[in-house]
Design a binder for this molecule. Structure first.
Ligand code: NAP
Length: 295
C-alpha cells in the first residue's frame, strides 16, 4: 500500500491504519487476535493504534507482533492508570511510556499521545515535558496529542506536538475545513480516529455508548437517506475521511478480518466524487454550530 508523509515527522504511514481498541473484546480469542494482527501487517498496513486504556490490546500487540516490530509503526496513548502515580502527572507519563514498552515488548514506541487530557492539564505543561523527555531518551519518536476542540487548538498552537489524533467522520466534521488546514500548514501528522462514526448507519437502535449515541442522533438529523447507488455508507464514510486533505491515516476499529480487508479495498479506490463530498459536507454544516468534536 502507498504511504503518506506523517506531517514533518519523517515517518510515512499507510492511509488506512488499524485501530486496535476492539482487541479488548474477550470474545476475540488469543489465536484470533494474533491472526488478525498479523494479517493486517501482511496486507501492507503499517500503522497500529492502541492505548493504555484499551484493556488487553497493548499486551496482545506485544504477544503477537513483537517478533516483527520493524514491520509497523506503533501508536499508543498514555496519561492515566499507573499504580503509584496520580493521573496526568510527569511521573505518570514516564511510567506509562515504560509500561507500554514492557507490555508491547519493544525498545521504542513510534507515536505516543497524551490521551485526551483536559485543557488545564495541557496548559500546565508538565505532561508534555514528560513526553518530550521520553523522546529525548529514545523511548518514542513522535510527541502527539489526542483530543478535540479547544484542547486540540491549544496543542496545535503550542508548537510542542508533532502529530495529533482527532475524530473525523461523516458525523464528526468539526475539524473541517479550518482546523485540518491549520494542522496541515503547521506540518503536523494527523490520525483520523472513529473514521466510520461507529458505523451507526447500520444500527437498528440508538447505541448506548456516549459518542456513538451522539453520532446516531446526528445521522438521523443529517437525513441522507439511502447510500448512493453501488456504494454502502461504510464505503462512503471511510473514503470521505481517508481522503480528506490533511489526513495522514484513518484508523478504523474492527476485530473482523473480512471487515478490515473490505476497508482496505475501499480506501484504495481513492477519493469520492466531488459532488458527493459536497453533499456530505453540506448535510453536516447545516448543524455545525452545535456539533462539537467527540472524544
Ligand atoms: N484517542 C481516542 O480517544 C480514541 C477514541 C476512540 C477511538 N480511538 C481509536 O480509533 C479507532 C476506531 O474507533 P472506533 O472503533 O471507535 O470507531 P470506527 O472505526 O468509526 O467504527 C468502528 C465500528 O465500525 C464497524 N466496522 C468497521 N469496519 C466495518 C466494515 N467493513 N463493515 C461493517 N462494519 C465495520 C466495527 O464493527 P466490527 O467490529 O463488526 O467490524 C465497529 O463497530 C479505535 O480502534 C482506536 O484505535 C481513539
Amino acid at each position: 500500500m502507498q504511504t503518506r508523509a506523517f506531517g514533518l515527522t519523517g515517518l510515512h504511514v499507510t492511509p488506512l491504519g488499524f485501530g486496535a481498541m476492539h482487541l479488548n473484546d474477550d470474545r476475540v480469542s488469543e489465536a484470533e487476535a494474533g491472526h488478525l494482527l498479523n494479517a493486517v501487517l501482511d496486507a501492507g498496513v503499517n500503522l497500529i493504534d492502541t492505548a493504555r486504556g484499551y484493556g488487553h490490546s497493548e499486551a496482545r500487540i506485544g504477544r503477537h507482533l513483537a517478533h516483527r516490530r520493524q514491520d509497523f509503526l506503533l501508536s499508543t496513548k498514555v496519561g492515566y492508570g499507573i499504580p503509584g502515580h496520580a493521573d496526568w502527572t510527569y511521573g505518570c507519563i514516564l511510567a506509562g511510556v515504560d509500561a507500554a514498552l514492557t507490555r508491547m515488548r519493544c525498545e521504542h514506541l513510534d507515536i505516543v499521545h497524551l490521551h485526551s487530557c483536559p485543557l488545564a492539564t495541557l496548559e500546565r505543561g508538565e505532561v508534555t515535558r514528560a513526553l518530550e523527555d521520553c523522546a529525548a531518551a529514545g523511548k518514542l519518536r513522535v510527541v502527539a496529542y489526542s483530543g478535540e476542540n479547544a484542547e486540540l487548538d491549544f496543542a496545535m498552537q503550542s508548537g510542542r506536538f508533532d502529530a495529533v489524533q482527532t475524530s473525523l467522520s461523516l458525523c464528526d466534521q468539526g475539524n473541517l475545513p479550518e482546523r485540518l488546514a491549520a494542522l496541515r500548514a503547521r506540518g503536523l501528522g494527523v490520525i483520523a480516529k472513529r473514521p466510520l462514526a461507529g458505523a451507526v448507519w447500520q444500527q437498528t437502535q440508538r447505541p448506548e455508548a456516549f459518542a456513538e449515541g451522539h453520532y446516531w442522533d446526528r445521522w438521523q438529523a443529517m437525513d441522507l437517506g439511502e447510500a448512493p447507488e453501488g456504494l454502502s455508507w461504510n464505503e462512503v464514510g471511510l473514503r470521505f475521511t481517508a481522503h480528506c486533505p490533511g489526513v495522514s491515516s484513518s484508523i478504523v476499529g474492527t476485530n473482523k478480518l473480512a471487515h478490515f480487508l473490505e476497508n482496505l479495498a475501499w480506501v484504495q479506490k481513492g477519493p469520492l466524487p466531488p459532488d458527493l463530498v459536497a453533499t456530505l459536507l453540506s448535510a453536516f454544516q447545516s448543524h455545525n454550530q452545535d456539533w462539537f468534536g467527540l472524544i
